[in-house]
Design a protein around this ligand. Structure first.
Ligand SMILES: O=C(OCc1ccccc1)c1cn[nH]c1
Length: 240
């Protein structure tokens, strides 16, 4: 998979040279390219923004600069992703879908955002998605790009050592939160690991983990349970 990130702060993406994503890049599993938007400016001051039509505070990123950048970076199979508080929610399902794509291009906005004609222009010739990582406002799309790249890259075959570790995660296929995890020592600061996990009884352990996942999800994210098809679990599981 190829991922291009266009930003005025390329150094913000440096953490993607580390750890699993870094290894995926050196192994060739992931072809990640980070571009400085100012490469495509046309003036001595390398200007990327201007004042907003209609007035208001802040600045807007210019369409002409973004147009030259995206014309260079986009390919016919690319999916253009624009992080924005006004975007569609990014979920594990989104990450799974985007992990199957050939080419993702992340356009990182700053200031008040990118001139809206850029999305309008490219939506007519490629797949474009404005994507939100949550209901809050960042100073720019770079942090969102880091999240999207990590969430997608870790799903690429070969990136994570043991694919089985991708199965029982929060927001996994079952749509539940992950059960609590423990390791040695069996007793720590007076806190003991639940007996069932030391029993070696795999069926009981699986049942305990499922019950814990249901209990946690009901307590912390009842919205996720609404989303689940009622037939997938039994309400009496929670009445304990
Ligand atoms: O702030 C975000 O994106 C950066 C951005 C883009 C355009 C204008 C302002 C800020 C964001 C919040 N949730 N998901 C993304």
């Amino acid at each position: 998979m190829r991922i291009d990130v266009v930003t005025i702060f390329p150094e913000y993406l440096a953490p993607l040279e580390l750890s699993l994503v870094g290894k995926a890049r050196t192994s060739g599993l992931l072809d990640l390219r980070v571009h400085d938007l100012r490469t495509w400016t046309d003036d001595r001051h390398r200007t990327v923004d201007d004042t907003p039509f209609g007035g208001g505070a802040g600045m807007v990123m210019r369409p002409d600069v973004w147009g030259r950048a995206l014309d260079d970076v986009l390919t016919p199979e690319a999916h253009l992703l624009v992080p924005s508080p006004a975007g569609a929610p990014f979920t594990q399902r989104t990450a799974e879908t985007w992990a199957t794509e050939q080419h993702l291009v992340l356009a990182c906005g700053r200031y008040e955002g990118i001139d809206s004609r850029v999305v309008e222009h490219y939506a007519a010739r490629t797949r474009v998605t404005e994507v939100s990582l949550g209901d809050y406002v960042l100073n720019g799309g770079e942090v969102a790009a880091l999240v999207v790249v990590e969430a997608v890259a870790r799903l690429l075959p070969g990136v994570v050592g043991n694919p089985a570790s991708l199965v029982e995660e929060s927001h996994g296929a079952a749509g539940l939160l992950e059960y609590p995890v423990y390791t040695k020592p069996p007793s720590w600061q007076g806190h003991d690991v639940p007996e069932v996990l030391l029993s070696g009884h795999h069926a009981r352990i699986a049942r305990w983990r499922r019950d814990e996942a249901l209990r946690r999800t009901a307590a912390r994210r009842p919205d996720l349970l609404e989303a689940l098809d009622a037939g997938e679990w039994d309400r009496h599981d929670l009445e304990v």
